[in-house]
Design a binder for this molecule. Sequence first.
Ligand code: ARG
Length: 463
Amino acid sequence: MTKDTSNQMWGGRFAAGPDAIMEAINASIGYDQRMAAQDIAGSRAHAAMLAKSGIITDSDAKAIREGLLTVLSEIEGGRFEFSTALEDIHMNVEARLKALIGEPAGRLHTGRSRNDQVATDFKLWVRDQLDAAMGGVRALMQALLTQAEAGADWVMPGFTHLQTAQPVTWGHHMMAYVEMFGRDLSRFEDARKRMNESPLGAAALAGTSFPIDRHMTAEALGFDRPAANSLDAVSDRDFALEFLAASSICAMHLSRFAEELVIWSSAQFRFVTLSDRFSTGSSIMPQKKNPDAAELIRAKIGRIFGANTALLMVMKGLPLAYSKDMQEDKEQVFDAADNLMLALAAMEGMVKDMTANRESLEAAAGSGFSTATDLADWLVRALNMPFRDAHHVTGSLVAMAESRSCDLPDLTLEDMQSVHAAITADVFEVLGVHNSVASRVSFGGTAPEQVRAQVARWKGVVG
Ligand code: ARG
């Protein structure tokens, strides 16, 4: 970074340059240089529009547009010297343009302000992140669908309170996450639609007296339309908040799944084996294979929640329109976006590589009296017993099995009849876990046929 003594962009009113501390607190170039490509795209669209509207000459517009491409290639090639004294990416680019092309550079800022400029740059940047997040979520959903299809009829315990509840299928469990990530996908899509209005040309806050064409710049930058209120256009950060809010929910889903993978890969569960590619070892304990990627996903998502809260805090006290507080919007969003993309990619990699241990899942599925509800339902169906009574009879049978340290199917018919005389041998059919899951054919239930129907439906969406 170089240091200039006075500011070329607004120095006219000032007798002295800023204090070093002022410069340090004011500068955003250290991070907003990430928006260089967006800043240059916005300026190129603005210059073309100024010429088309007769506000600057065609030859000035040509010099500006070509000069900006040179600046971009210098930045992308790492040959650009960023200056803290020039505060931010907007003024760094414009100053360099001036050095390259001279006087026409000074005409670029006609009919705009850094307030609409930064809002435009940041929107374009966030829009790219929304697209990237949607790509990452889709890829993860595809990996989950592959797992679900392979194990549509593999049985495992379903839990409530992390206590064995009823048997479910592996495919059903994978598809629960497909539903969650499907909602995340639709939240990102929805946010993208709502945010896609151009702030450019709102100028400082009130619009401009120059005959600009905001529809033209909106279209050139891929926006659906210009934002309809100039005050709102420069002071709106909803688009970044919606990105963070949708990212936070998605991150929460990633974290829940990461938590399950940590539990499932433990020696006590052995439900899944994570690949070596997504695990690490211990420097002292040779037997260890740790689910670090899952743990780091679980931990890193905290940054995304933090960014969401931080930006809400920045915004909540601001009167209209722009305040410099809003410069504090970017770092949080950059960090959240980086970590969301990393977490999505790591989860996709883990899911793709992960092996479900079918035997362990099946052995666990039958333990913990997981078919007790099936037994109670049988009593209702076969003996026309009120469900509350059936629940009570089943409870007595569970207590009996527990006292003998066996599972429900290990009880004899005589044992059963000692609790309720009318029970017949047919009952044993519903005590097996495969029959249990196959019977749950209600829409959205765990039966393999229901799971396969949902896999087919989602393949049509993200396949
Ligand atoms: N660097 C500033 C930001 O990120 C650009 C806008 C500055 N506008 C102003 N009126 N000082 O918000």
